[in-house]
Design a protein around this ligand. Sequence first.
Ligand SMILES: [Zn+2]
Ligand SMILES: [Zn+2]
Length: 225
Amino acid sequence: MIHITLGDMKSVEPEDDFLGRSVIGWSPGMTDDQLYEAGRGCWVLGARADREHYALISAHGIVRQAIRIEGIAPAGPARRAIEGTVLRAGEDPVYDAFVGKPSPVEGARNPITYFDSPHGARTCACGCDARVALGHFLPGHDQIALHKRVALIGTVYEFINWFDETHGGLVYVTASGDKWHLKEDCPGIKAGQRTAGIDHKVEETSRARAAARGKSPCGNCATGP
Ligand SMILES: [Zn+2]
Ligand SMILES: [Zn+2]
């Protein structure tokens, strides 16, 4: 799990804050939504964060909130913010195990720490009953799940043809660019790689997914869908 230690509430200028907040940190009497907004960013979150299922927010040595992580979004230079669902009493064992109790991480100097907990495990996404603490699969079970699905279509060659027919083949996008590209090094893609002080990676995706994200074909390297 990700453990976030908040300091006391302080004011910030909304125009200086990547999430547009006027306060960050914790104070007594905050609502769940206020605490979520004050605590979910903007943090330096390493690769491990992408494999975690839950985040806890603590202040003054007590866990104040538990979040089921749905994604982690860029939030300023080298910083990211957690996106997820705030857990309520009785709906998830992680809430019941931690919220309102002493923080499981004490004396950490960094506001972001990671710790292992059996409460944070999920059932393996391959469909077996194993519990997985990080990521979606037990080691190797992602390959098993993938190859079962390939076999439902046929050979790997048949699977790739089916995928490209169904999803329009692979294209390149960035988080901020409004086009999809057939060429990873298209000059047009570079415009979307750096905006608002954030470096966006070039991502490989399908035409269908690029279109669902509101991206249209690049006039330079791509013709119509
Ligand atoms: Zn499995
Ligand atoms: Zn292009």
